[in-house]
Design a protein. Structure first.
Length: 223
């Protein structure tokens, strides 16, 4: 990209030469996909425990636990969480799930929720009776509209730091990858997990399965 830009600047007379040409001759596109980041089994268990609310907590902590619970237990993206409405969450004794609306190429889907996520989400909605059907599950604090990605990133980072996890990327993506690996450990097929993630391609799930095959002694993470 820099090579093309500098060639264009040279063509239009803005530069006398292209300084990137020599470097570009020795560069190659990477042939391998980067290894996806995820939580190991012990850290996943610690974060699941962190998600479960404690009596007497203030509403900010309840919100943060619910946000992390939905990322870790539902595998949604940040954009999907931001647009989730209260009516999309179904909490029932036998079967709890979240309805994820269609967004761009991602198909709509129904994702079952584990107990730890349900506990956090129930505590959050119970503390917010004004979050009625049709309203956003996580409205922006103090104003109308959706919660923003900056706040979501900060919430996830704080939660990961609370359980002693450090990585170059501490965004919601790492929780989505962890959710997907947990489903693979549970015996789901690539197709099933891709569907739970809302993906039409199996490429992401294949990469995540390769991390399991490379560490055959890893143990499944109970939910």
């Amino acid at each position: 990209m820099l090579d093309r830009l500098c060639r264009h600047l040279t063509d239009v007379g803005a530069r006398t030469h292209n300084p990137v040409t020599a470097m570009a001759a020795f560069e190659r596109w990477p042939e391998d996909e980067p290894v996806p980041l995820y939580l190991d089994g012990d850290t996943d268990r610690r974060l699941q425990q962190w998600v479960i609310p404690v009596d007497g907590e203030d509403i900010r902590i309840l919100r943060n636990r619910a946000i992390v619970g939905l990322f870790l237990g539902g595998g949604v993206t940040a954009a999907e969480l931001r647009q989730t409405q209260r009516e999309h969450l179904v909490s029932a004794p036998m079967r709890s799930y979240v309805e994820v609306s269609k967004r761009g190429p991602r198909a709509s889907r129904r994702v079952p929720l584990p107990t730890f996520a349900v506990a956090a989400l129930d505590a959050w909605t119970g503390a917010n009776p004004e979050v009625a059907g049709g309203d956003l599950l996580f409205p922006a604090p103090g104003r109308a509209g959706m919660v923003n990605d900056v706040l979501l990133g900060a919430v996830v980072r704080e939660a990961l730091e609370a359980v002693g996890f450090r990585a170059p990327d501490m965004s919601p993506r790492i929780l989505r990858n962890t959710f997907a690996r947990r489903q693979l450990f549970a015996g789901r097929s690539n197709e099933d997990v891709s569907r739970l993630l809302g993906l039409s391609s199996h490429r992401t799930v294949v990469r995540l399965r390769a991390t399991i095959d490379a560490h055959t002694h890893s143990s499944p993470v109970p939910t």
